[in-house]
Design a protein around this ligand. Structure first.
Ligand SMILES: Cc1cc2nc3c(=O)[nH]c(=O)nc-3n(C[C@H](O)[C@H](O)[C@H](O)COP(=O)(O)O)c2cc1C
Length: 215
C-alpha cells in the first residue's frame, strides 16, 4: 500500500517548530531527499565577506559547461543580494567537522559581521571570479551567475544557477574515494522526514556518504 500525499497540506502533519511549514513545503518532509551541504561565499556591499550554509542544490552539465544549480535560495538573504550585485559566487564543500563553524555564521549574520571570522575560516582569493573562498574547504567551485528564476513566483526563494569557471581541490582529496566520501568528505542534509503514518515531526539529520559498491 502507498501513502498518498497531495498538494493540500496534510492536516495531520505536526510541525517540529511553529514556523516549519511557513518556511518549507510539506512535500520536502514527505520526501526527505538528501542533498549535499556546502557554504556559498560572496562579498557584501560593504566589503565584508559573507558565508551562507546551504543545501537544496545539484551540480551537472554537458561537455560545454558545468553548472551549480541552487534550487532554493531565500530572496531575503545577503547571499541573494550579493550574487545579484556581484554576478558571481563560490561554493565551498567542507566536512562534517565544520558543521558547528558553519552554524556560527548563521547566528552572526549582520551586515557588519565578517562571517569568515565568525566561522573561524581563512579567506582565499578566487582565481576566476570576484568572491572569497574558504581555505579550509576541500573543494571549491567559482561560479559566474547564469540565471535566476523564482520557481514558485511567490517572491520567497529563487533558483540561482551558477556556471562553474574554476574548481580548486585540496591535494589530499585528489585521489580515490577515501577522503571525499567518508567522514572527511561531502556532508549531506537529510531534511526532517515526517512520520507519514502518525504525522509526527522529525529532526533534520546530517549525514556522510558510505559507498556500497562501484560501477
Ligand atoms: C542545515 C541548514 C540549517 C539552517 N538553519 C538556519 C537557521 O536556523 N536560521 C536561518 O535563518 N537560516 C538557516 N539556514 C539558511 C541559511 O544558512 C541562512 O539563512 C544564512 O545564514 C543566510 O545567510 P546570508 O543572509 O548571510 O546570506 C540553514 C541552512 C541550512 C542548510
Amino acid at each position: 500500500m502507498k501513502i498518498e500525499i497531495g498538494k493540500e497540506f496534510p492536516q495531520y502533519f505536526k510541525a517540529l517548530y511553529p514556523e516549519e511549514f511557513e518556511l518549507f513545503s510539506h512535500f520536502e518532509v514527505t520526501a526527505g531527499i538528501p542533498t549535499v551541504l556546502f557554504a556559498v561565499t560572496t562579498w557584501k556591499e560593504n566589503g565584508k565577506p559573507n558565508v551562507c550554509f546551504h543545501s537544496w542544490s545539484c551540480f551537472h552539465g554537458d561537455k560545454t559547461a558545468f553548472f551549480a544549480v541552487m534550487g532554493n535560495l531565500y530572496q531575503h538573504t545577503h547571499t541573494y543580494a550579493n550574487i545579484k550585485r556581484e554576478q558571481c559566487f563560490c561554493v565551498n564543500f567542507l566536512p562534517i567537522s565544520y558543521y558547528d563553524n558553519l552554524v556560527d555564521t548563521i547566528h552572526c549574520n549582520e551586515m557588519d559581521d565578517d562571517e569568515f571570522a565568525a566561522g573561524g575560516f581563512t579567506i582565499d582569493s578566487a582565481k576566476a571570479v570576484h568572491a572569497p573562498v574558504i581555505h579550509e574547504a576541500f573543494l571549491s567551485m567559482e561560479c559566474t551567475l547564469k540565471e535566476i528564476q523564482d520557481l514558485s513566483g511567490a517572491g520567497i526563494t529563487a533558483m540561482v544557477i551558477g556556471q562553474v569557471q574554476h574548481i580548486s581541490v585540496e591535494e589530499s582529496y585528489a585521489q580515490g574515494y577515501r577522503q571525499r566520501y567518508g567522514k572527511d568528505g561531502f556532508m549531506m542534509l537529510i531534511p526532517a522526514p515526517q512520520d507519514l503514518v502518525t504525522g509526527e515531526p522529525n529532526k533534520s539529520a546530517i549525514a556522510t556518504v558510505h559507498i556500497e559498491k562501484y560501477d
